[in-house]
Each structure stands twice: as C-alpha cells, then as structure tokens.
Design a protein around this ligand. Sequence first.
Ligand SMILES: Cc1cc2nc3c(=O)[nH]c(=O)nc-3n(C[C@H](O)[C@H](O)[C@H](O)COP(=O)(O)OP(=O)(O)OC[C@H]3O[C@@H](n4cnc5c(N)ncnc54)[C@H](O)[C@@H]3O)c2cc1C
Length: 465
Amino acid sequence: MSTLAVKLNGGTADISDAAVAELRASMRGTLFCASDDGYDSARRVWNANIDRHPALIARCAGVSDVQQAILFAHEHDLSLAVRGGGHSAPGYGTNDGGLVVDLSTMKGIRVDPVNRTARAEGGALWCDLDHETQAFGLATTGGTVSNTGIGGLTLGGGLGWLHGLHGLTIDNLLSVDLVAADGSLLTVSDTEHPDLFWALRGGGGNFGVAVSFEYKLHPVTTVLGGMLLYPLDRGGEVLRLYRDFCPDLPDEAGLAAGCLTGPDGTAVAGLIPAYTGDIDTGLKTFARIEKELGQPLLNTVGPMTYAARQSLLDEPNAIHGLHRYWRSAFSETLTDKFIDTLVEGAGNFGSPRDAFLLFYLNGAATRVDPDATAFAARKPQWDFDAIGCWENADESSERIAWVRELWQRVEPELEGTVYLNHLSADDLPEKLRASYGSNYQRLQRIKAQYDPDNLFRHNANIAPA
Ligand SMILES: Cc1cc2nc3c(=O)[nH]c(=O)nc-3n(C[C@H](O)[C@H](O)[C@H](O)COP(=O)(O)OP(=O)(O)OC[C@H]3O[C@@H](n4cnc5c(N)ncnc54)[C@H](O)[C@@H]3O)c2cc1C
C-alpha cells in the first residue's frame, strides 16, 4: 500500500493513499497533492518569502468540503492551516507537510440592499465584496488593499478608511457561519453562541473556519482620497504635523502617513488623507496640511469612487509573489526620536517597495468598550508597519536583517502591543497576550470550549485553558 508523508501536530506519519482518495472523493472542490497539476500555484501565498509545501491542499467548494477537510485533519491529527485571501505576512495561510483548507474559490456574495446587509463566503477578497455592495452604493469597513481576504481581516478586527465613521469591520459583523473543530456547522451571532461571537470579533482564526460572514452596510458613494508627497528631508516636519493633526480628526476622516518611494524613484514622506462625506467639508478638513506645509511635490487628493480609494495602496501591496518581511506595533504616542529614526531609515531603503506606514485608529472604532469584543485596542492610537519588500530570494537575509535592525531602534519608542493581524513570527508570545489585555483569559476559556485540542493553531494562537 502506498502512503503520503504528512506532518502531524506532534511529529510526522504516513497516511495511506486510500485515505487521501477517500477525502478526494468526498469533496466537490479539488484536493491537491504535490504530484498534481496545479499544486505549485495552489501552494503559493501573497508573501513569496513564505515558501511552504503542504502535503494536501483542500480547495473547498462549499461548507461540506470544509467539514470533510476538518474532520480529516482531526482524525489524522494533521497540522492544519486555513487560507482565506492568503495575505498573512507570517504565512498563517499555509504550512509545510500538513493540510491547507483553501477557501479561495468560495467567494459567493449576496447583498440585501433593502436591509443594507451582505453575506459573503469566507474566501472573498475586499475587492469582491466592495464590487457587489457598491452596485447598490453601499459598503462596510474593509481593508485598504483591495485583494486582502475578508476572512483573516474580519476575524482579526478590521481597520480601514471607514472605521472612524462606522467602526471596525467586526463592529459591522452581524453573524458568522463557522465550521468548528468537530466539523459541526454553527451559526454564530449576538443571540446564538454569543460567547463565541464575542471571541470571533478579534480572536482571529482560533475558533474554526468562517465559511461566511454577514455584514451591516452603509451608504458610501463618491469619497475623498489621494496622496500628498514631500521631499524626505522634510519628513520630520511632515510626520510631526501628522502626529499633531490626527487627534483632531472628525469621524468622517482618516489619515495615514509614512515614508515610501515617489514616482521619480527617490524616498519621500507622504500623507494619505481620506474623507467619507461631503467633499467640500473634507477638503476644508485637510486644508491645514497645505497651510502648514505649503506645496507638496505631488498632490493627488480629490473626489474618487469608493472602489478607487479601496485600491489606492495596491501598488505594490497587492502584488502576489514579492518577498516581504513585516514588523508592526500599536502606539499611543509618536516620539520625536521615533519620527527621526524613520526618516533616517527611509534614506536607506534597499528597494523602492520598502515602506514605513502609520494608520490612525479613531472615531467609532475607539468608542466601543475594550471588553465588548475580543479586540481590546479600543483607543486612539497608531498602527505602525515597517515593511521590507524585495524581488529576489537571494536578497532575503540581507533585507530581513535591515528591517530587524530598524525595528530594534524604533521598538523602545513603541508600546509593546500590536494589531494582531500584523503580528510577526518574530514577536514574542508576551506581545500577543499584552495585545489582548484582560480579554486574553476569556479567549482561552472559549478556545478550550470550542477547540480544546488546538486544531486551529497556525495563527496568532490562543492557548486553550
Ligand atoms: C498588503 C496588506 C494590506 C493589509 N491591509 C490591512 C488593512 O487595511 N486593514 C486591516 O485590518 N488589515 C490589513 N492587513 C492585515 C490583514 O488583515 C491580515 O493579513 C489578514 O490575516 C489577511 O487575511 P487573509 O484572509 O487574506 O489571510 P490568510 O493568509 O488567508 O489567513 C490569515 C489568517 O486568518 C485565518 N483565516 C483567514 N480566512 C479565514 C476564514 N474564512 N475562517 C477562519 N480563519 C480564517 C487563517 O487561518 C490565518 O490564521 C493587510 C495585510 C496585507 C498583507
């Protein structure tokens, strides 16, 4: 009898070809092994630096396939990864030698324009959901790069251009259909399994496979968006204005900033304003920028469709197949030393795709109690991301070392917590616990109830207790 070598949660084993054939026959979707056509493209994720080889990839066509795959992983104690959009920087959407539940073809979406809700399958991307909801002039808070998965982003919290006005993505989540660790399908909402619903809103992929999400929608049509770029030698001035301006932003406004590379190939400091509401009021809201900083090198700020704003940061962030290394932290303050270190660091970018980005958490997203959902970071603060991005695998160690060195210098200026969707494989477990704060123990108890064997462990993991 021939067998397939697989990685278990503790050790390795062989699974018989007959068992693999049985799983394949039970699925409406496709099961890929290493010898199958299409395996090599099926195993790849957004971050090319994550070069893993799962033993089996179950590209599920629906709930039944997800249930079969989960039961198979459970029965064989297989190392399991779940993939929505594949955008996890540390590569939680894949593994070596285990089973991947791949939701990438589960993208069905149904919008109810009368009740302003949408139900979307767990493999949809933000561009898919926005496309369908915008047909009715509606949207919900979603990511700032169009091909990020709704799955990972929603379960981790969901920061985006609408969070000041409408709260995080999880604040717009009405219910989730979830395949649990025992293969059962649960509908989870404020009234059904409310403890689990609390945990799903910020607890990440720890509790099961979300086969579909139901969201509340809001009227959103033409919005204000764009970018202002300044020479890097004015970076200190730009980022100090940014720091001082953010706490005054109205709910309708979002403001990101950072250091990146401009169209002429030189490093620049940038401001990325967004306003969802009356365009003239939005322009007045941001008039302070030009008043204090004068003319930028480039100004693309103006009215645009919501879809255009949702893809404004796609280059280079949406490109699959580039190598990335990403470090991140939340911070309530941006010290002068931090700002000066960033500007100096940007002078040494190794690639035009490197970037330091700051997003501000404001408005409705910060007015929810920290213990109302698992997402504890409910206060005005910045999400800071240091992103190294390069093309060739042979540059990896040098480029990762550069980000790590920068990180060593800025980390003491930051606060030891992180947006858990931006946790790095190099972050210590204490950072995860600190980020959940007093919500962590409740999460551990719910994890013990719904996933006592920690089947869903390839994520920002919460230990069952
Ligand atoms: C370029 C880029 C831009 C980003 N921009 C934003 C942003 O604007 N706002 C923001 O909040 N975050 C943002 N993020 C972070 C993003 O939210 C996380 O990377 C998130 O995990 C991506 O979700 P995914 O489904 O694409 O990831 P995947 O790699 O597919 O999965 C990541 C994790 O989520 C779990 N998961 C995914 N789908 C499901 C599901 N259906 N059911 C159960 N578990 C699931 C996986 O098991 C895994 O643990 C960005 C990330 C990138 C790379």
